[in-house]
Design a binder for this molecule. Structure first.
Ligand code: HEM
Length: 187
């Protein structure tokens, strides 16, 4: 299924409030935050391992997942948050669809990550209440944006799967389906 990542980027940013100012702030604080991300990742996987529904997906993979996860987190404080970033998050969503992760794992995992990141930010920037609030808003925006894109990926994949099933059951060719869909007018 083809995706317009430019459009999805604008859409995702409008919902998550990821503005240019917030993007610049994330990149600016990168050098202070990145040294702590290893600990955030370790704690994240410890929490996932304590959730029985999640731990079954992690067996034998934790160390390699920590690496890819760590790289993803660094990207949140590196940018750019452009259509390539969106395409990458869409692909990450797709990888999770392929390993059959339930969709709610995405929102749950992002909540765990935000909980941990917010407390790291308060520890690091808490002396300046106003800046601390701005940084929390920026992190919430970029994780919310990532989540929205991953969930779009789930939606696209399940629609594609449903169509695949329909074509198999009905014996209809993809070309015929496409032609019918193009010709169809809703009233
Ligand atoms: C905020 C949510 C999450 C993010 C941002 C994230 C990030 C990533 C990334 C960057 C990859 C590598 C994708 C690639 O190969 O291109 C990945 C793969 C994977 N993740 Fe996640 N992940 C999240 C949640 C979870 C959760 C909750 C689980 C399971 C409990 C999980 C299990 C996996 C598995 C099994 C793979 C595939 C590993 C493989 O076979 O290559 N992820 N994830």
């Amino acid at each position: 299924m083809s995706q317009d990542f430019e459009k999805l980027t604008v859409y995702g940013k409008s919902f998550s409030g990821l503005t240019a100012d917030k993007e610049a702030l994330l990149v600016e604080i990168g050098p202070q935050i990145k040294p702590h991300l290893g600990a955030v990742t370790d704690e994240f996987y410890q929490q996932l391992l304590n959730i029985s529904e999640a731990s079954t997906f992690l067996a034998g993979r934790v160390e390699s997942l920590k690496k890819t996860h760590g790289l993803w987190m660094e990207g949140l404080f590196t940018g750019p948050f452009d259509k390539n970033f969106t395409a990458q998050m869409f692909k990450v969503g797709d990888v999770h669809v392929k390993v059959k992760l339930p969709v709610e794992f995405m929102a749950g995992a992002m909540t765990l990550i935000n909980n941990r990141l917010f407390s790291l930010i308060v520890d690091t920037f808490g002396d300046d209440k106003q800046r601390c609030g701005q940084i929390i808003a920026a992190v919430n925006a970029v994780t919310g944006f990532s989540l929205l894109v991953m969930q779009q990926s789930y939606q696209a994949s399940s629609l594609a799967e449903e169509l695949e099933k329909f074509l198999k059951i009905s014996g209809m060719s993809r070309t015929l389906f496409t032609n019918l869909a193009l010709a169809y007018r809703d009233k």
